[in-house]
Ligand binder design. Structure first.
Ligand SMILES: Cc1ncc(C[n+]2csc(CCOP(=O)(O)OP(=O)(O)O)c2C)c(N)n1
Ligand code: SF4
Ligand SMILES: [Mg+2]
Length: 272
């Protein structure tokens, strides 16, 4: 198989996601985007945290790191700074990124390291059986989280914008071609790109199948911060497309090739 075939970027492992889970679309779209960009497997690394969505790196044939809950972004940041020649993608869930990992999300947007974050948002903690997450809508019928569903949901696009992200988009797992295009743009974008994917969980939120009829494109893509702020303020959470695409100084300014020490060297340094 060659780079022309998106399956080249998938591993032999069969995903254990529930049939119909939106995560399948993200896997396929990532494979298609990497194929369009003609990247070799060795040029790409996908980092994740913990969750159904975070299983994704194992289903690809590129470098992968299945990290710890909420900490995918610092791992990805360290990797990109140490190995600037790599294309680094982070995949995360709404619990992983907007609950335990929120601080890392804010600082990743602020730093503007040249990498891409894909958050597969199903508005719940899928892996642990459907508890509410920071993006759960008010009034959600959740039996596992008493009193937690009358809290205003977090607004990922607004948080990304005010924190400094330079490429902000939303996609929907029912529209794989659009997600592939957005991914290609995000990977090519110099700086931190954030893709918020409405990713349906068929098991705990079957009503999310209804998103198909509700998603609408954003009116425009803008490089103007004030305009993006205005569009995002009016967003109902179901608009898709690239809403903000701007250029900003990428961090670090100088490419620093960090030399990774061998185990022998570390032994000599620390074990006297
Ligand atoms: C430090 C830590 N806290 C809690 C957990 C339990 N845990 C595993 S996955 C998860 C939430 C997953 O939700 P999300 O990130 O939205 O991913 P999804 O399964 O919905 O794709 C939690 C709380 C954990 N593994 N580690
Ligand atoms: S529980 Fe939900 S998020 Fe997890 S694999 Fe099944 S459908 Fe996907
Ligand atoms: Mg989730």
């Amino acid at each position: 198989m060659t780079k022309e075939n998106p399956r080249f970027y998938k591993s032999e492992k069969k995903p254990i996601w529930c049939p119909g889970c939106g995560d399948f679309t993200v896997l396929t779209s990532i494979a298609k985007a990497l194929s369009q960009l003609q990247l070799t497997r060795e040029e790409v690394a996908i980092i994740s945290g913990i969750g159904c969505s975070s299983r994704l790196p194992a289903y690809t044939s590129v470098y992968g790191f299945h990290g710890i809950h909420g900490r995918a972004l610092p791992i990805a940041t360290g990797l990109k700074v140490a190995r600037p020649e790599l294309t680094v993608l982070t995949v995360s869930g709404d619990g992983d990124c907007f609950s335990i990992g929120t601080n890392h999300f804010i600082h990743a947007c602020r730093r503007n390291v040249d990498m891409t974050l894909i958050v597969m948002d199903n508005h719940i903690y899928g892996m642990t059986k459907g508890q509410v997450s920071p993006t759960t809508e008010i009034g959600c019928d959740d039996k596992l989280s008493a009193h937690a569903t009358d809290i205003q949901p977090l607004q990922p696009l607004a948080l990304a914008l005010i924190s400094g992200a330079s490429y902000i988009a939303r996609a929907y797992s029912g529209e794989p071609a659009q997600l592939t295009d957005i991914l290609v743009g995000a990977i090519q974008h110099p700086g931190f790109s954030f893709i918020h994917v409405l990713c349906q969980c068929v098991t705990y939120c079957p009503e999310q199948k209804g998103w198909k009829k509700l998603v609408q494109p954003f009116a425009e893509t803008t490089s103007d911060y004030a305009k993006a702020n205005q569009i995002i303020e009016q967003d109902n959470g179901l608009q898709t497309g690239v809403v903000y695409n701007n250029s900003r100084t990428v961090w670090p300014k100088e490419k620093t090739q960090v030399r990774v020490k061998s185990v022998d060297e570390l032994d000599k340094q620390f074990i006297k």
